[in-house]
Design a protein around this ligand. Structure first.
Ligand code: AHM
Ligand code: MG
Length: 340
């Protein structure tokens, strides 16, 4: 008998590894298969996730054709904070709001693009905080952008007006959170508190497929993502930490799109820091629709998120558009950057 064993058919090997890990499962099937993880109203939360996924496909289509038709560039209006709104920001906000209104599972929406929350005056059980299109300064230059969302249970009785108690919830009360990254591929990554899973969009089939099951963030890493223009007035631990990173020949990577920077660091190991500075005394990023979702995902993937002192998810929001300093990524790096 020959000493040389015939190797397995490569197609067979690929198929076997697919069976071991449910790669290629569609997002819809994955959501359905995992529905029993929720204590109650599981069908509604599943439907809500599907509504968000559907709206993200529409936004993805608009993002992809942005260079082809005249929807790029400033609309000429400004949002609540005096920042110029890009047309795609406005469109994305409309798309997500419409999908959530039609779905009926959401009762209120908090969005970066609107000054106050929207009470949908229905019997929905969930409150959504969303940044429909984050990293908007990158739209015109064809660089990755993202959508970030948090889902909470409403606290007050259905059918009554939405109150502050429903809206100003701490991040640790999220029942689900996720982001969509419109990058070289479009990905949807989400958690319902049972780990983190990533799905890649197949545009010709119009489906998200499970591509990154049970994502884990490396405990330590060698990538630091920070806009150093405010360095002179950063907190001392951050200044020291950046010196350390450079002395260790770590890699500096900063896209200026939170979702893209976060996603890369989650896969490769790294830290994203947007600290306080003279320029941004309370930090720049928004607690409710930028930081909380990513903090939930980071923790679920084994990473960490703080404001330099306390856990992001424990912060009690006082206002809708509250800013915070944000340190997120590999656990050891976040601890060291905060001077722990
Ligand atoms: P935006 O919501 O106006 O897009 O601002 C949030 C973005 C983040 O995506 C990004 O990490 C950060 O702002 C970049 O800010 P800066 O240009 O100050 O570095
Ligand atoms: Mg934003």
């Amino acid at each position: 008998m020959s000493k040389i064993q015939a190797s397995k058919n490569p197609v067979q090997i690929v198929e076997q590894s697919r069976i071991a890990q449910p790669m290629g499962t569609t997002l819809d099937r994955f959501i359905k298969n995992n529905q029993d993880q929720f204590a109650y109203a599981s069908g509604e939360l599943s439907q809500l996730l599907r509504d968000i996924a559907l709206a993200s496909k529409v936004v993805n289509r608009e993002v992809n054709k942005a260079g082809l038709i005249d929807i790029m560039g400033a609309l000429g209006s400004q949002n609540t904070f005096g920042e110029s709104q890009q047309k795609l920001d406005v469109l994305a906000n409309i798309r997500f709001t419409r999908a959530l209104m039609k779905g009926g599972e959401a009762c209120a929406i908090i969005s970066e693009e609107t000054e106050s929350f929207v009470d949908l005056t229905n019997h929905g059980k969930y409150v959504i905080a969303i940044d429909p299109l984050d990293g908007s300064s990158n739209i015109d230059v064809n660089v990755s952008i993202g959508t970030i969302f948090s889902i909470y249970r409403r606290k007050t009785k259905e059918g009554t007006p939405i109150s502050e108690e429903d809206i100003l919830q701490r991040g640790e009360e999220q029942v689900a959170a996720g982001y969509v990254l419109y990058g070289s591929s479009t990905m949807l990554v989400y958690t319902t508190g049972f780990g983190v899973n990533g799905f890649t969009y197949e545009p010709t089939l119009g489906e998200y497929f499970l591509s990154h099951p049970d994502l884990k963030m490396p405990e330590d890493g060698k990538i630091f993502s920070v806009n150093e223009s405010g360095l002179a007035t950063f907190p001392a631990p951050v200044v020291n930490y950046l010196q350390f990173c450079k002395a260790q020949n770590y890699t500096g990577r900063y896209i200026g799109s939170l979702v893209a920077d976060f996603h890369r660091n989650m896969l490769k190991g790294g830290i994203y820091i947007y600290p306080t500075s003279a320029h941004a005394p309370e930090g720049k990023l928004r607690l409710m629709y930028e930081c909380n979702a990513l903090a939930f995902i980071a923790e679920q993937a084994g990473g960490k998120a703080t404001d330099g002192v306390q856990r992001i998810l424990s912060i009690q929001p006082k206002t809708l558009h509250q800013r915070t300093a944000f340190y997120v990524g590999s656990k050891k790096m976040v601890e060291q950057a905060a001077g722990a």
